[in-house]
Unconditional design. Structure first.
Length: 685
């Protein structure tokens, strides 16, 4: 049986349809988020516990800080060195514990440099770093200074090194002040594990166990013990259970005796509150992070304002709310080695089973009045998003760096799955970025080897309801210089849906719009110019044009579905494609509208990955008020076999030669198409 895949693209380029502002914003949800967060900003008793007071002085001790540096005789190796420092770990923790027992207060660390291991903020405590204060977290990587705690690594649950600053099942906590958190990560300390550099082991061996053996095989989290390899285990460990009616309640179990801990090579985040509520993070600065900088994990009610993130190591995301709800991030600045803000909800099977089957979602987040410089993505959803992400509002932010790859970024795949929906992005400005202003992919393939296996995972990624409005990028004399204005890539079986873009002006990109497997994509008053002539704007709009009743001779074609032709089908004769158009487009009423059938024959141009595509213009006739018929003859005489959708970046050896894709395009203006299967590039001159 011969097979034929028909992919019908229903769109037009004409006068812009009026777009309801309510489609691009949701005031009710936005106000509810703001009210929830503001009602739960923690307040503290007017009592200070100063770490340098005499009562804590006996807890300050001398220590040898051990760290690694370059080996001048071996560029691929490292040297171990030590230096004498004062260890303030016990003094700082004692002040926090005392404030907690007293019912709350502010723990003050005055101006100066203080060396410390991991410290834990307790309920009703504000840890305040005075201006000029720098907490340097010692580079002795051991459970003595970074005890084994319940955490996660890139969305997979485990026990691992504690974050330099942490909180666990705490309520009403804060990290404030104009001081600096400096975990002292660099290419030789912490960061070397990323790739096994300078003679250090590679974290990939532990990540592989965590993801493929523990998470994907549902190995009990209580047995996922990662330690320094020598320190004794605690008698008891906490479980993942959360009682939201009493957040401070913790359930402990006996530490399993039938497992041998695995030596950890996984870097901790800098500040990680786990299962906490009512959190204030204000004015602090973070540099030299081992991993993500601020990672609220399974928390709710967070206000982060005035925070400065300036850390450029591997995986140095700025703020990563994970499985967390009700967050406001405002007046912050980001320059990072990875995503500036990345919203997450767990990864793979762990993400699906975290808390309950179906996972714990992340959402109800406002991002406003922030500045974004270097980073992979400015505002990112994913890639760890198995539990789903919803209700994200980003407005009145500014993005400016050629080291910023994407401004608004979405990423997932069929191992991670997740539903991403209701993302609102408006009133933002972009001066520079390198890759794309609006970038989404549900075929995300960066990361572990597992992610590169194609669409073989158990979860269907879904992305729907993204609303982008009132955006200006670049200027006529200062192009934004990005590769693409808008680029979306999805699986054929799970196209992205309901993407709306309105009142957007982009000066100077290499490519305008590139889409693969996107449905219900709308453009209203979108203007884009190319780098070659930034001042020459072209407008991109869509209007309602519906194609229906499409037939190949007597065989009905359904959008996105394969059609099996009978064995005796005569390929030597032309076939006729017919259909009906319904539209109020004035261009069609004037007899100037057009329909084209584009046939991708499944072969490549010589010396290129680009497909050979044959255009066939159809004859269009008016048949009634706002209705038209079309008819076009095409030839299928070169091996019309099972068809595979061409996508950008598809390797030639992965294409099934001799296959066909049909794309029907009705348009009231000049039209170009540069990718296929629900893809659109339409412009009105």
């Amino acid at each position: 049986m011969k097979k034929f895949l028909a992919a019908l693209l229903i769109l037009s380029c004409a006068l812009p349809a009026l777009a309801d502002d309510n489609d691009y914003w949701n005031d009710a949800i936005y106000s509810a988020i703001e009210q929830q967060v503001k009602a739960n900003v923690p307040a503290f008793p007017d009592v200070d516990f100063v770490v340098t007071d005499a009562k804590y002085s006996a807890l300050v001790s001398d220590m040898d800080e051990e760290y690694f540096t370059a080996d001048p005789d071996n560029k691929d190796g490292h040297l171990t060195k030590t230096q004498k420092v004062k260890d303030y770990t016990k003094a700082i923790q004692a002040a926090i514990d005392e404030a907690n027992r007293a019912g709350g207060g502010r723990v003050v660390i005055p101006s100066g440099v203080y060396y410390t291991g991991s410290i834990e903020i307790k309920s009703n405590v504000n840890l305040h770093l005075s201006e000029g204060c720098e907490l340097r977290f010692v580079r002795n990587i051991s459970n003595k200074y970074y005890p084994m705690v319940l955490t996660s690594f890139e969305g997979n649950d485990t026990y691992n090194y504690a974050a330099p600053v942490r909180a666990f099942h705490a309520k009403n906590i804060a990290l404030t002040g104009k001081g600096t958190l400096n975990p002292q990560a660099d290419p030789y300390n912490w960061q070397a594990w990323k790739r096994g550099s300078f003679g250090f082991p590679n974290q990939a061996e532990v990540v592989d166990v965590l993801v493929k053996q523990w998470s994907d095989k549902a190995y009990p989290v209580s047995k996922r013990l990662l330690t320094d390899g020598t320190s004794p285990l605690p008698d008891k460990i906490p479980t993942m259970k959360i009682n939201w009616d009493n957040i401070e309640e913790i359930e402990y179990i006996d530490t399993p005796k039938d497992v041998t801990p695995l030596r950890s090579l996984l870097r901790p985040c800098t500040f990680e509150p786990y299962a906490c509520e009512n959190i204030l993070i204000e004015d602090i600065r973070i540099i030299n992070s081992p991993m993500w900088e601020i990672h609220p994990l399974r928390c709710r009610n967070i206000l982060a304002r005035g925070v400065v993130i300036d850390s450029h190591g591997s995986n140095n995301d700025g703020i990563n709310p994970e499985s967390t709800h009700y967050v406001i991030i405002e007046n912050c600045s980001f320059s990072t080695g990875d995503d500036c803000i990345a919203i997450k909800s767990g990864k793979n099977r762990d993400g699906y089973n975290r808390g309950r089957v179906g996972g714990e979602s992340c959402g109800n987040i406002i991002i406003r009045n922030c500045t974004f410089a270097d980073g992979h993505g400015g505002v990112t959803c994913g890639s760890e998003c198995t539990g789903g992400i919803s209700n994200v509002f980003a407005h009145d932010n500014h993005f400016d760096s050629m080291e910023l790859q994407q401004v608004l970024r979405f990423k997932t795949n069929s191992y991670r799955g997740g539903l991403i929906e209701n993302i609102y992005f408006r009133n933002n400005t972009v001066a520079k970025c390198s890759n794309a202003l609006m970038y989404g992919e549900t075929q995300y393939t960066l990361g572990s080897a597992q992610d590169k296996e194609g669409d073989l995972g158990p979860y269907t990624p879904q992305l729907k309801g993204v609303y982008m409005s009132n955006i200006t990028a670049g200027a006529p004399d200062n192009p934004v210089n990005a590769k693409d204005a808008i680029l979306w890539k999805a699986y054929e079986r799970a196209p992205m849906t309901n993407i709306k873009v309105k009142d957007v002006t982009v000066y100077g990109v290499k490519n305008a719009i590139s889409l693969s497997n996107v449905k219900n994509f709308e453009l209203h008053n979108v203007k884009i110019s190319l780098i070659s002539d930034p001042a020459k704007l072209e407008t991109y709009n869509t209007d309602s044009i519906i194609i229906s009743d499409v037939k190949l001779d007597s065989y009905s074609l359904t959008e996105g579905e394969r059609l099996t032709m009978p064995e005796d089908f005569d390929k030597s004769q032309p076939v006729t494609i017919t259909g009906t158009i319904t539209t109020q487009d004035s261009i069609f009423a004037e007899g100037k509208g057009s329909v084209n059938a584009f046939l991708d024959r499944g072969t490549l141009q010589e010396g290129s990955k680009a497909p050979v595509i044959t255009p066939y213009p159809a004859e269009v006739k008016k048949t009634g008020d706002n209705t038209y018929s079309f008819s076009v003859k095409i030839f299928l005489n070169d091996k019309p076999d099972y068809q595979y959708a061409y996508r950008p970046d598809t390797e030639a050896e992965n294409m099934n030669r001799g296959n066909h894709i049909l794309s029907l395009v009705a348009t009231g203006k000049p039209y170009n198409q540069n990718t296929w299967n629900y893809n659109v590039k339409c412009k009105a001159e």
